[in-house]
Design a protein around this ligand. Structure first.
Ligand SMILES: [Mg+2]
Length: 261
């Protein structure tokens, strides 16, 4: 898997020859380093500046596609003119969109019940956070001692099992998180497709991501002839055909993109 900066001459030629480019980024672990508490994942100043510059150029449509709730994501990024997809794409704003997946709100009450059950079940686990984001829910255990990990995972699986068995909910896992999501055929890949269709001029899609739920997004942009960039070590397995080591390197690429001829 080539490091994106090593093949930048050919990649930049491909991007420069595309009249429009759709640049999409995951947030945590991609635009910002992963930190102990999600509210401390502040966008670096240089990254914010580069994204703002790119968003103002006619060539680019810029968006952020995250598991965070939409309002939280918009507040963290806070750059006007971007497309924002929150809750793994169940809610999208920007371009002409003010989208909520039509079936997602029907799961809110159920998710609130699941949140209460998980809060009670996991109350004794140190450092654990149950974050009900209205349309999806995240159990964060980054600040929990590793010795609790198996117990946390089993407790979440057992608590959510009745809702999984009835087909209402599904579980996904990421870096020190387990997520409870409505069992809908909708995630980052569908959100990316929807954003791409909304750009009438069929832009070349590029997607940067670092975690499990980004993998479907990688597949969808590569199938469309675009570029998928995995953020992390080459030792990890991914569908993405390009790689960068860190959010700091994503920052470098943003600066290169802003200087594209
Ligand atoms: Mg991420």
């Amino acid at each position: 898997m080539p490091h994106l900066l090593n093949v930048w001459p050919s990649v930049s030629r491909q991007l420069a020859s595309s009249p429009r480019v759709l640049l999409l980024f995951d947030y945590d672990g991609t635009l910002t380093p992963i930190v102990a508490r999600s509210e401390m994942a502040i966008l670096p100043d240089e990254t914010r500046r580069s994204l703002s510059v790119l968003a103002a150029l006619d060539r680019f449509v810029v968006g952020v596609v995250s598991g965070r709730g939409l309002l939280d994501l918009e507040a963290m990024v806070a750059i006007p003119g971007l497309v924002y997809a929150g809750n793994h794409g169940l809610e999208i704003s920007g371009l002409e969109m003010d989208y909520v997946h039509p079936e997602a709100p029907g799961f809110e009450a159920c998710l609130a019940d699941v949140a209460d059950l998980l809060e009670a079940e996991l109350a004794e686990v140190p450092g654990l956070v149950v974050d009900n984001k209205r349309l999806t829910l995240t159990v964060h255990f980054r600040n929990t001692p590793d010795s609790f990990e198996t117990q946390v995972d089993s407790a979440v699986v057992a608590t959510v099992a009745p809702y999984v068995q009835t087909g209402q909910m599904m579980l996904t896992r990421g870096k020190k998180v387990v997520e409870v999501r409505p069992n809908l055929d909708w995630g980052k890949s569908q959100a990316i497709e929807k954003i791409r269709r909304e750009c009438v001029d069929n832009p070349l899609p590029v997607f940067f991501g670092d975690d499990q739920t980004d993998e479907d997004g990688f597949a969808v942009v590569q199938d469309a002839g675009g570029l998928a960039v995995f953020i992390g070590s080459t030792r990890q397995s991914t569908k993405a055909l390009h790689q960068l080591e860190s959010p700091a390197e994503v920052g470098q690429v943003l600066e290169l993109l802003a200087r594209l001829d």
